[in-house]
Design a protein around this ligand. Structure first.
Ligand SMILES: [Zn+2]
Length: 187
């Protein structure tokens, strides 16, 4: 499968989700089918927000998407390792960074102007602040900018992802999930 086919599957799945027409499948049968191994068609870095559920949003079955979720859809060391696993070892032709409207991680960073965050939460704020600062802590534009910054961060820090992209084996895309409508806007 190439990146265009993968993208088409994501778009079709989201259209079914928006139409409340999720495809039915036998969950036990599917689990058994996957005992032989996984061949997901997309790696997705999504926000941990409990309202954003990639398997629902793209109407996928187990074994179809390889997901990393962090608050604010930003990637630290271990997340980059998971992204590299999904893209290089599982050969997904697409890496999608999925932000969403009303993102609490971005809003909190904007509200405290990048100065907040107790404990390890500070490392999320520090990462999201790169985007928030660029957009003068304006919530909606910071959310979009945060997706771009997250992609840039992955490109800068992962030689493996960079290499796959330059070889034409991986397409990296950003998207915004609209909580209000269920629609995914590809950026
Ligand atoms: Zn969020």
């Amino acid at each position: 499968m190439d990146a265009n086919q993968s993208l088409a599957l994501l778009k079709e799945g989201n259209a079914r989700f928006c139409a409340n027409a999720a495809k039915a499948f036998d969950r036990n049968k599917r689990r058994e089918e996957l005992l032989a191994g996984q061949h997901p068609f997309a790696t997705i870095l999504s926000c941990s927000d409990s309202r954003v559920v990639p398997e629902y949003v793209f109407d996928t079955m187990p074994g179809e998407i390889f997901i990393i979720r962090t608050a604010g859809n930003v990637a630290g060391e271990v997340d980059l390792g998971s992204i590299e696993y999904g893209t290089e070892h599982l050969h997904t032709p697409i890496l999608l960074v999925l932000g969403h409207t009303k993102c609490g991680a971005v809003k909190a960073t904007c509200d405290c102007r990048g100065k907040g965050g107790e404990g390890h939460i500070a490392s999320i704020v520090k990462e999201v602040d790169k985007a928030a600062k660029q957009k003068n802590y304006e919530n909606d534009s910071s959310i979009r900018c945060n997706v771009e910054c997250s992609i840039q961060n992955i490109r800068e820090r992962s030689k493996i992802v960079n290499h796959l992209e330059h070889e034409g084996k991986l397409k990296i895309m950003g998207a915004l999930y609209h909580l209000e409508t269920g629609k995914v806007e590809f950026l």
